[in-house]
Design a binder for this molecule. Sequence first.
Ligand code: NDP
Length: 343
Amino acid sequence: MTPRTTRVVCLVRRPEGEPAPGDFAVEERPLPSVGEGQLLVRNLYMSVDPSMRGRLESTEKHYTHNFTPGAPLDGRALGVVEESRCSSVPVGAYVRHQLGWRERAVLDAVDTDGADRVDPRLAPLPTWLGLLGQTGFTAYVGLTRIAGLRPGDTVLVSAAAGAVGTAAGQFARLLGAARVVGTAGGPDKCDLLVREFGYDAAADYRAEPVREALARLAPEGIDVYFDNVGGEQLAAALHSLRTGGRVALCGMMSQFGGERRSADLNQLIQAVLKRLTLRGFIVRDHDDLRPEFERRVACWLAEGRITARETVVDGLENAAGALLTLLDGGNVGKMLVRLDDSD
Ligand code: NDP
């Protein structure tokens, strides 16, 4: 029998300053009945994304809706179909969709925000939210279309031990980069970058100014900067970029929340002097590249040429904590919440 309710993670109130555990609560909410063309999905994995930080605010401008106090959060998730009123999606199929942060969801089988089937024989389920999901796709779009990576380039990636960063470093290498340098918080993450993720060198931005580290690790300068953090690291990269260098502006981890904003724009003169190209992007505007991305990355995975890494937290009640951990740098690779590992 179809369950009538589901547990969800709600936003209790907008954070004052940094988000805190008390800003979130797990609550029981009614589940709509499954209409024609719809699916009931039991979520197995939920994606934890830095962009959720901006969506907690009322004023932060965002490319999707902001969260509302009293209402459930949402986000990318992967689940198994428990009930189907769509002939092309059977019970037992695995689908990705946008109604995460809850145990069960009723959603349209085919829609822009509806279900997208995945094949667990091609890759483990978590990989479909990580390397083969929006995360890997963001790295791929940023390097290829936005930064126009060329064989022989020296590439710098910030937040390099995170989800997008571990993908970007490995893809850059396979796409022909001559040297790949990453920045991350702490010596353990920097070791991992070199040992597991194919980086040639890594800088701990907490221990040393990135500008100094780049003078040592990329003395000839960089051609491409894949920017996940903005602020001081962007300023350092502008300084290190060679003439004609390209920057893919992917995200600004250092700029979330009013208090952390800093003005490092005095380095922007470098863009003029060195004829740089700085281009921001939102990955979902580039869906035409998705088939090419899935083909290439599935192939790299099958050949064992790339490593998928996830940090997995168990249980809906620990989901808000997983977001706070991510914002504090406590993840390596893709941060996921696992709701049920019986599948
Ligand atoms: P990550 O897995 O990289 O997690 C975020 C990491 O950011 C943390 O682990 C932490 O690592 C680092 N970080 C946190 N605060 C700071 C800070 N103040 N300065 C520098 N680094 C910090 O997240 P994702 O891979 O999911 O996302 C990476 C970036 O990509 C984000 O900016 C996100 O918004 C962006 N993004 C953009 C998309 C687009 O369409 N443009 C789509 C998807 C993601 P550390 O310990 O190294 O500090």
